[in-house]
Design a protein around this ligand. Sequence first.
Ligand SMILES: *[C@@H]1O[C@H](CO)[C@@H](O)[C@H](O)[C@H]1NC(C)=O
Ligand SMILES: *[C@@H]1O[C@H](CO)[C@@H](O)[C@H](O)[C@H]1NC(C)=O
Length: 254
Amino acid sequence: MCNWTMRVVLGLLLLLLGLCGSGGRGEGGGLGEVGEINEFQETAPRDAGEESIELTTKQTTPDIWVEVRALRDMVVELKVYVELLQRENSDLQTRLSSTETELLVSKSRIEQLERENAEKPKVAFYTALTDTGYVGPHNTDTTLKYSKVFTNIGNAYNPATGFFTAPVKGVYYLQFTVCGNHTGLMGVFVFKNNQKIMFNVEWKEDKLYKYFTKSVVLELIAGDTIHLVLPSTYSVYDDVDNHSTFSGSLLFPL
Ligand SMILES: *[C@@H]1O[C@H](CO)[C@@H](O)[C@H](O)[C@H]1NC(C)=O
Ligand SMILES: *[C@@H]1O[C@H](CO)[C@@H](O)[C@H](O)[C@H]1NC(C)=O
């Protein structure tokens, strides 16, 4: 496009220079000759002057028309080219403005997702039972209070009661590992609210620590509780090594 414009401008300039040059020469020469003729000569030099004018005109005129035609062709071509560019430009404008609209829509969608994500409740806890060794056996069922709280995002686990309380409706993942070190029964009940939903039991015979791990995925509503209960006559074990643990998290709200 630049080349085109420059070429046309150069063409115009050259043509103007050519016109000025030849016109000037023609006029100046003509007038000069005429002046001379009027003042000093009557017949023969006058013919010479006229011949000179005719000659100049004959030499100049065809060149000008050729140039003008070439220039006109160039202008027509340029016009076509400019129209093409205008069309392309307007296409680009249309695409740009629709892209801008799409961007704005995406931006507001991202902002909405960010808000939702920021507002989404975050719930995760991880605890271990005790540093003091054996818990049980007792004569009655006893709620296990996991007293070592390592993670408690959202404070949904309460070490004073041993209860996890769902803060929002959603799907929760809960897991516990039970360790036994007494010879005999080791195990827990899992309670959802006041209802027993699981019973896990192992008989420990050998002299080594024994473990089992279970997990549940539960749909809970806000206020539902989960806690673990040590059955009467059972015992579990924990110390600074965190043998017995209870953990959980909100997978997603509903
Ligand atoms: C746990 O059991 C092992 C193997 O019987 C025993 O060596 C260890 O002393 C027990 N730990 C406690 C705290 O009783
Ligand atoms: C028990 O778990 C906590 C939290 O992960 C950790 O800081 C601590 O070192 C653990 N105790 C042992 C003896 O590994």
